[in-house]
Design a protein around this ligand. Structure first.
Ligand SMILES: [Zn+2]
Length: 257
C-alpha cells in the first residue's frame, strides 16, 4: 500500500510507535520481575543468616556454661580430697594449709557461679531473640512465597500479552511503507545504542504536534515549517529534536492523531 497519502502513513506509523512503546514497557517489566524475585529471596537468605549467627552465639554461651559447671564439679572432687587429707594430717600448720586450699576452691566456685548466672541470663535472652527471629523468618518466607507466586503469574501473563501484541504488530506492519518503517527502525536502534538515547526512545521517533508545538521537545514549530507539515506532501522534521513531525491538520477533517 505504498501510495497511501502521507497523512495516513504518519497516523499508522504513530500507531506502530504506540504499539512498540507498550511492547517496550512490557519488556522492561519482564526484565524487572526476575530481579524482584531474586531480591525477595536474598532478603530471606539474609534473615536466615542472622538466625544462624544468633544460634551459633547461643551454642557458644551454653558451651561456656557447661565448662563452668565442669569446673565446679572438679572443685568438689578436689575439696573432698583435701577434707580426706585434713583427717589424717598430724600438724595444725598442715591442716590450715589444706583449709586455705579449700577456701580458695570455695572462692573459685563462687566466681564460677556468678559467671554461670550471667551466662544463663545471656542464654535466655538469646533464646528469646532466636524465637522471635524464627517467627519473623517464617513470616518472611511465607510472604516471599506468596509474592514470588504472584510475580511468576504476572510474568506468565505478560509473556502471553507480549506474544499476542507481537502477533498483531506483525499483521499491522505491511500497512506502513517500508521506507518509512526502515527510517523508524534506524532511529530507534540508534537511540538504544547509548544510555541517554534510551530515554529519548521512550518518546519515540514520531512527534505529535498540536497548537504548533512539538509534543516531544515542547519547542514551538516555525510557522513556515508548520504550514509545510500540514500539507502532508513530504516528511517534515522538528528543527529542535529532529523527530518526524505528525502535525494536527489545519482543517481537522480526519481524526488526530
Ligand atoms: Zn521536537
Amino acid at each position: 500500500m505504498a501510495n497511501e497519502p502521507l497523512q495516513q502513513q504518519l497516523a499508522l506509523l504513530y500507531q506502530l510507535q504506540e504499539r512498540d512503546q507498550e511492547l517496550l514497557s512490557i519488556q522492561r517489566k519482564l526484565q524487572e520481575i526476575p530481579r524482584s524475585i531474586q531480591q525477595l529471596e536474598s532478603d530471606v537468605i539474609e534473615s536466615e543468616e542472622d538466625m544462624a549467627a544468633k544460634s551459633a552465639e547461643l551454642a557458644e554461651t551454653e558451651k561456656e556454661q557447661r565448662a563452668k559447671n565442669a569446673e565446679i564439679e572438679m572443685n568438689a572432687i578436689q575439696r573432698e580430697k583435701y577434707r580426706d587429707e585434713q583427717r589424717i594430717v598430724k600438724t595444725n600448720e598442715a591442716y590450715d594449709a589444706l583449709e586455705r586450699q579449700i577456701e580458695y576452691l570455695d572462692k573459685e566456685d563462687e566466681e564460677a557461679e556468678d559467671t554461670i548466672l550471667v551466662l544463663m541470663e545471656k542464654s535466655d535472652q538469646l533464646k528469646e531473640e532466636l524465637a522471635q527471629l524464627e517467627v519473623e523468618v517464617n513470616r518472611e518466607k511465607q510472604k516471599t512465597a506468596t509474592e514470588t507466586a504472584q510475580l511468576q503469574q504476572e510474568l506468565q501473563d505478560l509473556e502471553t500479552e507480549r506474544d499476542e501484541k507481537l502477533k498483531r504488530r506483525k499483521a499491522f506492519l505491511p500497512k506502513i511503507e517500508k521506507g518509512l518503517r526502515d527510517e523508524y527502525y534506524r532511529w530507534m536502534k540508534a537511540q538504544f545504542a547509548n544510555r541517554s538515547g534510551a530515554a529519548r526512545a521512550k518518546t519515540g521517533f514520531v512527534a505529535l504536534s498540536k497548537n504548533g508545538i512539538c509534543d516531544s521537545c515542547r519547542i514551538a514549530i516555525q510557522p513556515q515549517t508548520l504550514k509545510e507539515a500540514q500539507k502532508y506532501q513530504k516528511q517534515v522534521y522538528c528543527s529542535s529534536c529532529k523527530r518526524l513531525l505528525y502535525v494536527e491538520p489545519a482543517t481537522p477533517d480526519v481524526p488526530f492523531p
